[in-house]
Design a binder for this molecule. Structure first.
Ligand code: LLP
Length: 431
């Protein structure tokens, strides 16, 4: 199967974490997000272990919670010894409420409102990742006003094209994120940060994109950043000790995707960094990795019930499901590829090529096109694989569709970790 933890049982049904998906659909209703706890934990452990094995200076895994954010995700990350990347007051609040130790949090964002900066300082978040000079100055005055000091990293745009979908590429020069390395903006900000009251500059951050399979751009980014740290030392005398290398590791959405094991990434990055550190006589920094998608996506599937099947002879065949862009906007946004299977007909041959359409009043509300499937009919259960990241976290109530529940499975048992929204939830804030 495409990802770990998926199987087919004697009834010909898809199973996840030892649970029959058709039974999950019956028990909890559809649409339904299902996440395999074991797969999440294994991914976090693989990252932690890859650092222990290959990177002598040590580091931290900060789960990028924008990928999938609810209390239980932070609890799992905390239990695995990880921290988290949070990018808004809402994510910060959820992480703190989940009991994630504040000092393990990295607070990101290219435009953090003042209230959120204060909230972060009050909570004692580990590092605020400052995006731009205006924010740096604002944070300095807020910290002084609060009588505290902000421990920060500066987000640098290292100018690396990671050959990924242009909407989710964030490392190149034309980016709304971070301080440009090439035109001296990053160095100037470092200089200023070192001199500003209320600011304790610990190091730098970069993130070169998402769904990247090649290890080379990551290794190149690490090299560029380490050289920059040595340059900062040369220009200012300050030897900074932390380097956050962001996330972006690709996952297998379809058979065409071939991600490398995390160990291969860390091995190459570590080798390049050790060589550069020796060449520059610069101490290896403590590193932070921020995987999001690669932790959450492979763990998740979404279950839908088939409504209508519509055949337009000579054109195409549509299968309408009871969810859509409200719970998974990624095809509508990015034409994102997914593997879709008929969860209750796993042993039947694929005889049709179908377009999976959602239930929103929007022609572009598609989950996937040209999917090989067995003959489907009303009541069948479709499973979209690899939906654990950027689905629930990007969901909306468009057309006033309540968000589906999230169920966590492990070793043949299931439990609700996010309740499905009710109609009452939908009107909660209406006055
Ligand atoms: N760190 C930073 C600073 C980031 O901006 C991101 C993702 C990550 C870490 C985690 O990257 P990951 O390991 O998940 O690739 N909505 C898009 C993805 C946007 C990613 C934004 N930043 C999608 O659905 O593909």
């Amino acid at each position: 199967m495409l990802t770990d933890g998926l199987n087919i049982n004697e009834k010909g049904h898809l199973t996840i974490g030892g649970c029959d998906t058709v039974e999950l659909a019956e028990t909890y209703g559809t649409p339904l997000y299902v996440m395999n706890e074991e797969v999440i934990r294994q991914a976090l452990r693989a990252y932690v272990q890859s650092m222990e094995t290959y990177y002598p200076q040590g580091g931290r895994v900060a789960y990028a919670s924008k990928a999938c954010c609810f209390l239980e995700m932070y609890r799992i990350a905390a239990q695995e010894g990880c921290g988290a990347d949070v990018v808004s007051g809402g994510e910060l609040y959820t992480a703190l409420r989940a009991g994630m130790p504040a000092e393990r949090l990295y607070f990101h964002g290219n435009n953090k409102p003042e209230g959120e900066l204060r909230m972060a300082l009050e909570a004692g978040v580990g590092r605020i990742v400052v995006d731009n000079p205006a924010e740096l100055r604002r944070l300095s005055s807020i910290a002084q006003d609060m009588g505290s000091t902000a421990a920060i990293l500066l987000r640098v745009t290292p100018g690396i094209d990671a050959h990924t979908h242009q909407f989710i590429r964030t490392g190149q020069i034309d980016s709304k994120f971070g301080l440009t390395l090439e035109n001296g903006e990053a160095l100037a900000a470092a200089r200023e940060a070192l001199s500003l009251p209320g600011i304790d500059l610990k190091g730098f951050h970069c993130h070169i994109g998402s769904q990247i399979f090649d290890v080379d751009p990551f290794a190149h980014a690490a090299d560029v950043m380490l050289r920059f740290m040595a340059r900062v030392r040369g220009e200012t005398g300050a030897t900074l000790t932390e380097l956050n290398l962001g996330g972006g590791f690709g996952i297998r959405y379809t058979d065409r995707d071939q991600p490398k094991p995390f160990g291969a990434y860390m091995k190459q990055v570590s080798a390049v960094m050790s060589q550069t550190a020796a060449e520059l006589d610069f101490p290896l920094p403590f590193i932070i990795l921020e995987p999001g998608r690669s932790v959450a996506a492979p763990a998740g599937i979404t279950l839908y019930t088939v409504g209508a099947v519509k055949s337009i002879p000579g054109v195409r065949e549509y299968v309408s499901v009871d969810g859509g862009m409200g719970d998974n906007p990624r095809y509508a946004l990015y034409k994102a590829a997914y593997t879709v299977v008929a969860a209750n007909r796993m042993r039947e041959p694929n005889t049709r090529v179908m377009t999976i359409s959602g239930r929103c009043c929007e022609s572009g509300d598609l989950i996937q096109e040209n999917v090989p499937l067995p003959d489907c009919e009303h009541g069948d259960i479709l499973a979209v694989l690899g939906t654990g990241a950027y689905n629930y976290s990007m969901s909306s109530n468009y057309n006033r569709l309540p968000r589906p529940a999230v169920v966590m499975v492990m070793d043949g048992t299931s439990r609700v970790v996010v309740k499905g929204e009710t109609y009452e939830d939908l009107i909660r804030n209406d006055v």
